[in-house]
Design a protein around this ligand. Structure first.
Ligand SMILES: Cc1cc2nc3c(=O)[nH]c(=O)nc-3n(C[C@H](O)[C@H](O)[C@H](O)COP(=O)(O)O)c2cc1C
Length: 320
């Protein structure tokens, strides 16, 4: 792989292959796994400005990270510029993240229709207030993650990119789909190339990278400074070590799977750690031939000892 380091402001990122923020997935245990496999930076799941300002009970888990994860980027979302600015100030004082990323791409109805996430793309004037406002108040770099626009009739990523850059952002990530597309169709990588030539700050390309070859192709075809991998890493965090899913050496595969379960149990406690690991287990075990009955047994047990025993046996290629 011919990957070159790049910078987010004063932070040097050793490898241009980034872990995407994924709500419900990129929690502390999973991020530790991606980092140990070679991801050069951690990005949290998006953190709601409302939760920060109102100190809701789920906030501590959203902002928890292990010091070994540095550099870590906190991703924030909200529709209210002042609340986003306040949230960044509160979190900087409390957790000292290495950068803040502002979510301007989330397509989920409850987020975008409230005017947050991709909803912000319809209000470039708010984007200006948000990026300038946070930049003025925090000492770390501020970045943004956007989509092409709200829909085909309102493509404005180049305009938004210029605003973000002019307001002092240190990097921009483009998920090359519109909000209306959500996850359908294909990401338009030509837009990533267009953004790269129109801006001076680092441009990160995102959308539909599944294999190591895809990541290389995105860099070669678009000239982007880095590639961000989302859904594919949920099954294959080994992509950060340079492996496609089917190519991961079996010893490394089993070790990582067991370690991820252990981290999850340490973090969430035994019971909840096993329950929240089910979705990862299902994806990892797709590498092996596991019968429907055995998968069902694994997915339905509530007993942590049984879950661990079953998972171990299935990783070893045994039947239950
Ligand atoms: C379940 C799920 C949760 C996501 N959560 C976030 C999030 O919290 N913040 C964000 O910026 N993007 C989020 N995204 C979008 C991804 O970061 C990424 O932009 C998108 O999946 C496209 O990349 P991919 O084709 O590599 O998956 C989420 C996507 C999915 C599928």
């Amino acid at each position: 792989m011919n990957f070159k380091p790049f910078s987010i402001g004063s932070i040097t990122i050793s490898k241009p292959l980034l872990q995407a923020p994924l709500d419900g997935w990129t929690n502390e245990p999973f991020r530790r796994i991606t980092r140990e496999l070679g991801a050069p930076v951690s990005v949290t799941e998006f953190i709601n400005g409302l939760d920060v300002v109102h100190k809701t009970p789920n906030l501590p888990q959203r902002i928890a990270f292990d010091e070994s994860e540095r550099p870590i980027i906190f991703q924030l979302f909200d529709d209210d510029p002042q609340r986003l600015i306040d949230s960044a100030c509160i979190l900087e004082a409390r957790c000292h993240p290495d950068a803040f990323d502002i979510n301007m791409g989330c397509s989920a109805r409850q987020v975008a229709n409230r005017g947050a996430g991709a909803g912000l793309l319809r209000h470039p004037e708010k984007i200006e207030t948000i990026i300038s406002g946070i930049r003025a108040k925090v000492s770390v770099p501020v970045t943004a993650k956007i989509r092409l626009g709200w829909d085909d009739d309102s493509i404005n990523y180049l305009e938004v990119g210029k605003i973000v850059e002019d307001c002092g952002a240190a990097m921009i990530t483009l998920h090359a789909r519109t909000r209306k597309q959500e996850y359908s169709g294909h990401a338009d990588w030509s837009a990533i190339a267009a953004m790269k030539v129109s801006l001076h700050i680092p441009v990160v390309g995102n959308g539909d990278v599944v294999t190591v070859a895809d990541a290389e192709r995105m860099i070669n075809e678009t000239g982007c400074d880095a590639v961000m991998v989302g859904r594919a890493m949920l099954r294959n965090p080994w992509i950060f070590a340079g492996y496609d899913f089917e190519e991961v050496p079996m010893d490394l595969f089993r070790d990582t799977c067991r370690k991820h379960l252990r981290y999850n149990m340490e973090y969430y406690g035994e019971q909840w750690g096993c329950v929240t690991f089910r979705k990862f287990a299902k994806r990892y075990l797709s590498r092996l031939e596991v019968s429907r009955e055995d998968m069902l047994k694994l997915m339905t047990t509530d007993d942590p000892a049984s879950f661990c025993g079953y998972f171990d046996a299935l990783l070893n290629g045994e039947t239950l």
